[in-house]
Design a protein around this ligand. Structure first.
Ligand SMILES: [Zn+2]
Length: 197
């Protein structure tokens, strides 16, 4: 893969609106992360600039443990790579026009954890993960990694949040470096106005 840094525009509001509409009616089952169409990296569909704000849209009715695990999954990337992921469960985020990825919890017909569908900017997650907060957080981080353009990393190469089927490995410094190789480094968040030096 080319290591040339490059910038890619995030999804337009129009594209996101269409994606949400499609996702809402899709009723898709989780079909497994690791299919040929999964994890192809930039060029395989909607991918998002990790340095720009990105909302993860969660159903306002999501149970608290699920919401907490999703927030943890976002924080894993934010803490590691200065990404600007935020969980939005207001139910109104699709009106704001910012870059968004929909989180859709599904009952899977086969054993699988999650899937990022770049055609509709939607992360599908298996409801079976609800019983394991850390596994759910790691799976969210893995699928967000796909949404940010990261492909799978073979476990034989190195431990990575992007190992196929990973339920344990949080984003590593090498994962952050892989993101930086794609997009360039993200700046640390600026201190709030009025913060004493
Ligand atoms: Zn994957």
């Amino acid at each position: 893969m080319s290591a040339r840094p490059r910038r890619r525009a995030g999804a337009t509001p129009v594209a996101v609106a269409v994606a949400i509409a499609v996702a809402a009616g899709a009723g898709a089952a989780v079909t497994g992360c690791g299919a040929a169409s999964d994890g192809g990296g930039p060029g395989s569909g909607l991918v998002f600039d990790p340095c720009a704000p990105l909302s993860l849209l969660l159903d306002p009715a999501a149970p608290a443990p699920r919401a907490g695990a999703v927030a943890t999954g976002a924080a894993l990337w934010n803490d590691r790579a200065f990404t600007r992921l935020a969980v939005d469960s207001s139910g109104a985020a699709n009106l704001t026009g910012g870059a968004q990825v929909v989180l859709s919890f599904q009952r899977a017909a086969v054993a699988s954890h999650g899937l990022y569908d770049p055609a509709i900017a939607t992360i599908f997650l298996n409801v079976d993960l609800d019983g394991d907060a850390h596994a759910l957080a790691v799976t969210v981080a893995h699928e967000v990694g796909h949404a940010l353009g990261l492909p799978h990393v073979a476990p034989s190469r190195r431990p990575s949040v992007m190992n196929p089927g990973n339920l344990r490995v949080e984003p590593t410094s090498e994962d952050a470096a892989a993101l930086e190789a794609l997009w360039g480094p993200c700046s640390p968040p600026a201190p709030p106005e009025g913060t004493p030096p």
